[in-house]
Every structure is written in structure tokens, then in C-alpha cells.
Design a protein around this ligand. Sequence first.
Ligand SMILES: Nc1nc2c(c(=O)[nH]1)N[C@H]1C(S)=C(S)[C@@H](COP(=O)(O)O)O[C@H]1N2
Ligand SMILES: [Mo]
Length: 317
Amino acid sequence: MTIVSKRGWELPESAATPEDKFLRRRELVKALAAGPILAASGIGFAGTAWATGGLYPAKRNPRYRLGRPVTDEKIVTTYNNFYEFGSHKQIWKAAQKLKTRPWTVTVDGMVEKPFTVDADALIRKLPLEERLYRHRCVEAWSIAVPWSGFALEALVAMARPSAGAKYLEMRGFHDASVASGQRQVWYPWPYLEGLTIEEATNELAFIATGAYGKEIAKQNGAPLRLAVPWKYGFKSIKSITRFTFTDKRPVSFWEEIAGQEYGFWANVNPEVDHPRWSQATERQLGTGQRVPTLLYNGYAEQVAHLYKDMKGEALFK
Ligand SMILES: Nc1nc2c(c(=O)[nH]1)N[C@H]1C(S)=C(S)[C@@H](COP(=O)(O)O)O[C@H]1N2
Ligand SMILES: [Mo]
């Protein structure tokens, strides 16, 4: 395999010894954890020019290829799932009400030292790159998006989780005065998702802060959203406010609502149908085509090893 970048966390998993992994994490911690980021806690930035100037477009990492066309930006920004703003696809206008500056992100739970930081300051501190990722919704439609952002592993390194931490829990915002969907009080707000630490530090786990060469649109989950492209789309939580390290497996938003249909793992698998529909194919937005769905959404090479010894787990819902 060709190594296309000298950044440590972009190395193929097979090329990284445990020591490599430890060392590159130490490097990241040195580069990221110390310094002005903590001082910036709680500070808001009114001017957007300063906040994102020069960040986008981020340099594309050529390691991630689509094998299909990039979906039109217009489609990706007008056909959305974002239940905070309603349980239909046309939420993009309503989502403009979301105030994404200032935005604070809290990192807490089983970490060396919990902290709260302004989202713009956090984004400025982390190495941004562009990645082309496929996205497969559990409802059997798909898109392909040029995200900009940083490897979630870099945030984990910054957080310095304790050895006992097994999961990373992520929460969205909760403000029914902005998000009318949150007046539907029977939903377990805020939106919540979780990954194992191994998943969160897999090279593919990504935090998107931009898309299509600019700051990410509110309807796509500004100011920062997860992108875990081997899992069904609902795992890729939008507009994150909190990262909590824990030894208890999180019960995610959809698992809480309908655990018989949506589970913790939610890995894409064309051979395991949803209780109410087939997962064998997907409707590719913008092309009018229906194409076969791939195991792990085509990312088996990067992630299949994470699950190889798991017996009796519902890995594909
Ligand atoms: N906070 C939050 N994140 C969310 C959702 C949501 O309703 N709320 N929907 C999920 C689902 S089901 C999908 S398919 C993707 C859709 O992302 P997109 O609208 O940017 O394409 O966001 C995911 N993240
Ligand atoms: Mo979805």
C-alpha cells in the first residue's frame, strides 16, 4: 500500500505497531493538549471572518476514494435528517435558526482533566483535511460528500482518556426555543450517539467541520458533526456539544426509541435487512440510480478487524 501522507494517524492500520500508535498519540497530545486552547475556554467569537478565515478548503487527503460521483451540494444541503428540526427531509430552512457562534464543546468523563472550549478555537487547533466519504442512511438512500475536518483520534488524544474508558458518548444540543422538533418531548433529547474507543480512534472516524470547501452548513450539523461512513447514517451525530468518555455503553437516541430496529453497532450490511425493508440496495441521491449496498459501506478494509471476534452482538442494526 502506498503511504500518501507522512501524518502518523493516516498510516494504514497494518503499518502501525502498538508503539507507533502510542508515540503518535503522545505527539498529538504534545501538539494539541497544552497551550492556549484551555485558556480559550468559554470565549465566544462574534466575527465569522476571523473564525474560519483560511481554514477552507482544506487540503484533500487522497487516501479516501469514493468510487462514485460526489453528490451535488444542493442535494446534500436540502435533503436532510435532523430530527431536532422536524421528522421530515425539508428542515434546511428551519435549521438556519441554530446559533452556532458562540458554541462550546465540553470534553469530560473518564479523562485526565475535563475541559470546555470554544468550537472555533478547537477547530483552529486541530489539523484539518478534506476527505471524500460515502454516507449510507439506514432508510436506504445514500450520498457522497467532500467533508473537511479532523480525525476523531486527534480529539481523543487531546482528551487523554483514562485506561478504564471504553466508550465515547457524544451529545447534541438541547434548545426547544430554536429547534421545534425538540418540543416533541417524548423523544429522548438531546440526540446522543456512542462509539467504542477502538472505533473512535479508527482512522476513518472523522469530525466534519466543513463541506464542499467551506464551513459546514447548519443543516448538515454545524459547527461539528461526526462522520463514521461504515455505519448507518444515524450514528453520525450532528451539532455536537459534548464528548464524554465512559465505561458504560451509551444507549443512543434511536436505540432508546426503537431498540428492536436500531442498535449500538449499526454497521452497514446489505445482507441484514431492516425489520421493515431490505438493505440490499440504496437509492443514490442525484443520480436516479439504485446501486448495491456494500458490506461496511465499502470500508471493510479499514474496519472489519474491529468486529472479527465479536460473537452474539447485533453488529448490523
Ligand atoms: N443531531 C442529529 N444528528 C443526526 C440526525 C439527527 O436527527 N439529529 N440524523 C442522522 C441521520 S439518520 C442521518 S442519515 C444523517 C444525515 O446527515 P445529512 O442530513 O447531513 O445528510 O445525520 C445523522 N445525524
Ligand atoms: Mo439516516
